[in-house]
Write a protein that binds this ligand. Structure first.
Ligand code: SF4
Ligand code: SF4
Ligand code: SF4
Length: 388
């Protein structure tokens, strides 16, 4: 088993819950048991009257470590273009998920894609699900990411191996895009099939994902709304409220603070609001009313956006408040510092057992405490809007 995953991610409550380690594990010995991170299956063997524990990971090249987005610090892909966009065609709106569906539908129609791995919402029980869709109709019928957590890469093997898809888009949170970037950068040949199959990653701006229990505890029990009444969930543009849109046209709002305790623990140390590793990042921040901001970060992202415009499925303009995006990105300074303190914590734990590490721990401790924080981004309280 990768000691780094255990020590640096799981025991530090730092897992983003993407599920890529589970998908990439060559022996399928990682699984979810309802906790905040995957767990390793314990295997044992009985010989005579004795039972011994087996190493579930013997002779493995530790693929789980190679794909985990939390074990790498990324320099952001700098934006090539920042546009305001509205979806045209079958889904006509400026909501982020609709803009994403338009880009995907255009990509599928043009043969740029043969499948999409995405976070979605089961319309019957409102459970977040990871799904593989392959037709334009399926793309249009999907709801898209709803800020409810599900391990998106749980269906990656179904897309790559069972359905033999060769041109896949992954649509999820920024950490999912980081995981895609990680797997693409790996030199391990076992991961080549994934590297070749994933063509595009799209991230929605994200300040945190909520555990699905939120639906029962808040929507059903507190607000008295039954699951079958709800058409979709939305987070307001200022991220201060969650909205439940009902099939009869009614709209119910709940303050985001109420939902805060359901946030995935790993989101607390996340340093990426704006999908900085994705080909395309989409959200409402910075866009005029009725549009979404689309940050094009790579040439692949540019091809998909341009294709959607050429097929008249997307209308774009330059009307984006980029200063507000910069402020949100500036938050990263503070979050990176928080991460540096977390790394120091790990180093100090190591130093307890290893005297060689003590000098390094003291050096880092001094450096961190003496480095002044930059005050470019306005300080926000933990529970307030992060601007995404
Ligand atoms: S070390 Fe290998 S077998 Fe063990 S969990 Fe990681 S990928 Fe799976
Ligand atoms: S962040 Fe993703 S890859 Fe890393 S441990 Fe968590 S589920 Fe696995
Ligand atoms: S805040 Fe969003 S991007 Fe960050 S770990 Fe949580 S779900 Fe992933």
């Amino acid at each position: 088993m990768s000691k780094r995953l255990e020590l640096e991610i799981w025991s530090q409550d730092n897992c983003a819950g993407c599920g890529l380690c589970v998908a990439a594990c060559s022996k399928q010995v990682l699984y979810w048991n309802g906790g905040n991170h995957p767990v390793l299956e314990k295997r044992s063997k009985t010989v005579g009257y004795t039972q011994g524990t087996l190493d579930s990971c013997s002779f493995c090249q530790v693929f789980c470590e190679d794909v985990c987005p939390r074990l790498e610090r990324w320099t952001p892909f700098e934006p090539l273009k920042i546009l305001a966009a509205q979806a045209h065609g079958p889904v006509k709106s400026g909501a982020p998920n609709d803009v994403i569906r338009s880009i995907l539908a255009a990509g599928r129609s043009a043969g740029l894609l043969d499948g999409v791995v995405m976070l979605d919402l089961d319309p019957w029980d409102l459970k977040p699900v990871a799904r593989v869709v392959s037709t334009v109709e399926e793309i249009v019928d999907s709801v898209g990411p709803q800020y409810l957590w599900a391990p998106i890469f749980d269906v990656l093997n179904a897309a790559v191996y069972d359905r033999a898809m060769e041109n896949i888009a992954v649509v999820g949170t920024p950490c999912a895009a980081q995981a895609v970037r990680r797997i693409k950068a790996s030199p391990k040949t076992h991961l080549k099939k994934y590297q070749e199959a994933i063509r595009l990653s799209i991230a929605v701006f994200c300040t945190g994902a909520y555990r699905p229990e939120l639906i029962d505890e808040i929507l059903v029990k507190r607000m008295g709304i039954s699951r079958d009444q709800v058409k979709r969930l939305e987070v307001s543009a200022d991220h201060e409220q969650m909205r439940a849109l009902l099939w009869d046209g009614e709209e119910h709002t709940l303050p985001r603070q109420l939902a805060e305790s359901y946030t995935l623990t790993g989101c607390g140390s996340c340093n990426d609001y704006l999908g900085e590793s994705a080909d395309l990042a989409v959200g409402t921040l910075g866009a005029p009313e009725g549009s979404s901001t689309v940050i094009i970060r790579t040439h692949v992202g540019e091809v998909f956006a341009r294709n959607a415009v050429q097929m008249n499925l997307l209308a774009t303009s330059l009307d984006v408040d980029t200063a507000i995006l910069e402020t949100a990105a500036g938050e990263k300074d503070r979050r990176q510092r928080a991460q540096a303190f977390k790394d120091l914590q790990i180093l100090m734990l190591d130093a307890l057992a290893d005297p060689v590490q003590r000098g390094e721990a003291i050096k880092q401790f001094t450096r961190l405490y003496r480095t002044p924080t930059r005050s470019t981004a306005p300080e926000r309280s933990r529970n307030s809007c992060t601007g995404c």
